[in-house]
Design a protein around this ligand. Structure first.
Ligand code: ADP
Length: 725
């Protein structure tokens, strides 16, 4: 009985711990357990089974395995109570399978005990014993000793059934000897009953009767009807054996009546129909569960199939991607290699082109430079011969020679100029100048040509143009000289007009419009563009009639571009041509440098008795320079290298030094630099067949005062010398 107490404590604890939630949480294990318990007490086993089953499902669906095990045990116990031992065995085994067998628990112990009890009912004593042994060992581990007598009683019954009567009697006697206390009364009554049966076997009927009577006495306290029924039957049997038929009959009658009442009670607990219905519902639930599991499995398998398909698709896509990346990579590597090769080729080609261009520039520079020296001789000697009053017949030849010399000089100068611009060696100056003065000077220098061709040559200069500008007057002069020269050349008995206009003046930045307009022969429409190309002339006839090299407009266009403008041409044949462009300049307050005025030396006596040192290595040039200077009364000394020249200047007084730039040993610029360390006064004029790397500014920076370019133009030669002496 103590065991039942423990069992109810187990159930009640579970119920109590969750009792407070019962009202709020109807759907819970404790709730169903409680309902089941109440129905059991009221003998409503159908309901008890129903709620226990609900408890099991609730525990299962909430994944509470321990609760599920307990509820399954409860189900087994209900089956046991209604004597459905096979169902009970199934439930106990199921409950056991839900427990962790490596860890002892009450649930396990109760399951094994009741399994033993079921097998006892089924008279399978060996299996019963195995289960009792397991239960006993678990109780020991769990230190529960209230069940010892219960198990011993069953053991005794098993011994008895197996014919081990003495062993059985020993066990029963031990139980019988125990004092009466409520929990043992039921066990003790059974032990007394068993003792009675043993005594009856030995035909000790009085003793047997005594045991049965004691058992019946205890039974009045336990009220175990099954037990009472068994005892009544035993009493009937023993009285029969003792030949007391009346008593035997009346006990049998009592037994039969009780048996009937028990059957009625059993039926009340759970009718056959109820049981079948319950089993059916259990089967349906089981089937539904299985169905659900199958569906779940199908779902899972469908899902895993889908996942497999997706994985395969993904792997295929990834493989394709990797393959295409790999191929792409190969293609890219190949095209990179190709590109690299092409790049190398291009770099080589570029280097070649640069080399070729440099070589061309160098070649032109060297050729033109080398041509200048003999040209200087030709021009110089022609000049000298013309000075020496030649015969009339000789005059014609000398003039032709002079024309050819001048033509060659211009041609070489033009080529050198283009070369310079193309090799980007042309530097833009930024000096102060007076635009009005510059244009007037150009007009003055070209007056002769204008009157030769009987042209009306006039200027229209915008008064608003600031007096002083910053820009490159040399290049601007070159541009205007070329254009005006062409205009005057290609116009006869007409007019040439040079116009300048101020387009804008803002923040000292001016934009000025230039126009050179003539009423000459004009240019055919199809030549309007090509006249700007090198060596391009209007026609062979024009060339024959007017001369020229075909380089002037090429230089003009390039120079206008360098200064930030663009040349435009409008022309109508036989009506005239207009060249126009706009250039930016900066306004300045500073006074401009005095623009050089050519000094006419025909009657100029300023050079007489002056002492000039000519530093020149070329014998012909030495001779020409000397002769040209002596013609003007200059006393001339010649030295052919820089070192000796420095010494001579250190030791003598000269009025001027004409210094060739290209000398053997130290060149003219270095020599000048050294001279300037001890002599800052004596004017030094550079004589140069200007090469690619030289320009006026560069030469002046060494301490030179001015530059005379070879081949000399005699007028310029004398004019520059007079200016500085
Ligand atoms: P060239 O030294 O022959 O004058 P340019 O380059 O200066 O070389 O001129 C190229 C050609 O353009 C000339 O030969 C001429 O046919 C034509 N040309 C240039 N300026 C004028 C002009 N003002 N009037 C008519 N034709 C011109």
């Amino acid at each position: 009985m103590r065991f039942f107490l423990a069992y109810f404590i187990l159930i009640s604890t579970l119920s109590f711990s969750q009792k407070k939630n019962l009202n709020e949480k109807i759907d819970s294990v404790a709730y169903y357990s409680n309902l089941s318990k109440n129905n059991t007490v009221e003998n409503k086993y159908k309901n008890a089974l129903y709620y226990t089953q609900k408890g099991i499902h609730f525990a299962k669906s909430n994944n509470r395995i321990d609760d599920q095990a307990i509820q399954t045990f409860n189900l087994g116990k209900l089956y046991y109570d209604v004597k459905k031992y096979d169902d009970a065995i199934n439930a106990f085994n199921k409950s056991l399978s839900l427990t962790d067998l490596s860890q002892a628990s009450n649930t396990q112990a109760y399951n094994f005990y009741y399994l033993g009890m079921c097998y006892m009912q089924k008279k399978n004593f060996s299996t019963a014993k195995i289960n009792f042994d397991k239960a006993e060992s678990l109780y020991k581990t769990l230190k529960i000793n209230t069940t010892t007598d219960l198990i011993n009683l069953q053991r005794g019954i098993i011994y008895q059934a197996n014919g081990k009567i003495d062993l059985a009697a020993y066990i029963f006697r031990k139980i019988v000897a125990k004092p009466d206390y409520p929990a043992i009364l039921n066990t003790k009554a059974w032990a007394l009953y068993q003792m009675g049966t043993i005594e009856m076997l030995h035909n000790r009927n009085n003793l047997a009767l005594n045991y049965f009577n004691k058992a019946l006495e205890l039974n009045t306290k336990t009220k175990n009807l099954e037990q009472k029924s068994e005892i009544l039957l035993a009493l009937s049997t023993v009285h029969e054996k003792m030949l007391d038929r009346n008593k035997a009959y009346s006990f049998l009658k009592l037994h039969t009546n009780l048996k009937e009442s028990i059957a009625l009670l059993d039926n009340e607990k759970l009718g056959v129909d109820d049981y079948e219905k319950f089993k059916e519902s259990e089967r349906l639930i089981e089937a539904a569960k299985k169905n659900k599991e199958i569906q779940q499995q199908e779902k899972t398998s469908k899902f895993s199939k889908l996942i497999s398909i997706l994985a395969i698709a993904l792997i295929s896509i990834l493989s394709l991607l990797s393959l295409s990346l790999y191929k792409n990579n190969i293609i890219r590597t190949r095209s990179n290699q190709l590109l690299e090769e092409k790049n190398k080729e291009l770099i080589l080609a570029k280097e070649k082109a640069e080399k070729a261009s440099n070589a061309r520039t160098e070649f032109l520079s060297t050729v033109s430079h080398e041509l200048r020296t003999p040209l200087n001789a030709i021009n110089g000697i022609t000049h000298l011969l013309l000075e020496e009053k030649p015969k009339k017949s000789q005059m014609h030849y000398l003039e032709s020679l002079q024309f050819s010399g001048n033509y060659l000089t211009n041609f070489i100068n033009d080529i050198l100029e283009i070369n310079k611009i193309d090799s980007s060696k042309a530097q833009v100056e930024n000096t102060n100048f007076n635009l009005k003065l510059l244009i007037e000077n150009i007009q003055n220098s070209l007056k002769e040509l204008a009157s030769e061709n009987n042209n009306y040559f006039h200027l229209e200069i915008d008064e608003n143009i600031p007096d002083y500008l910053i820009g490159d007057p040399t290049k601007l002069s070159q541009i205007l000289m070329n254009l005006i020269n062409n205009a005057l050349k290609f116009t006869h008995d007409g007019s040439v007009c040079v116009t300048t206009k101020l387009i804008s003046l803002e923040d000292k930045k001016t934009l000025i419009y230039f126009e050179v307009k003539d009423s000459g022969i004009g240019i055919p429409e199809d030549k309007l563009v090509s006249v700007f190309d090198s060596f391009s002339q209007g026609s062979v006839d024009i060339n024959r009639k007017y001369g020229g090299t075909g380089l002037g407009l090429t230089i003009v266009r390039k120079l206008v571009n360098i200064l930030g403008g663009e040349i435009q041409l409008e022309s109508i044949v036989n009506k005239g041509s207009t060249f126009k462009f706009e250039l930016p300049f900066e306004e300045t307050e500073k006074p401009v440098k005095k623009v050089d005025k050519k000094i006419k030396l025909d009657n100029d006596l300023s050079l007489i008795n002056k002492k000039i040192l000519v530093v020149e290595d070329n014998k012909i040039n030495q001779m020409i320079s000397k002769k040209m200077l002596e013609n003007k009364g200059v006393s001339c000394e010649i030295i052919d290298n820089g070192e000796d020249a420095i010494e001579a200047i250190r030791n003598n007084k000269f009025d001027m030094i004409l210094m060739d730039v290209h000398l053997p040993g130290i060149n003219g610029t270095i020599a000048t630099e050294k001279i300037r360390k001890f002599n800052t006064k004596t004017p030094i004029i550079a004589l140069t067949a200007i090469s690619l790397n030289e320009n006026r500014e560069m030469l002046l920076s060494y301490g030179m005062n001015d530059v005379i370019t070879k081949p000399f133009v005699p007028d310029d030669f004398y004019s520059i010398i007079s200016k500085h002496i």
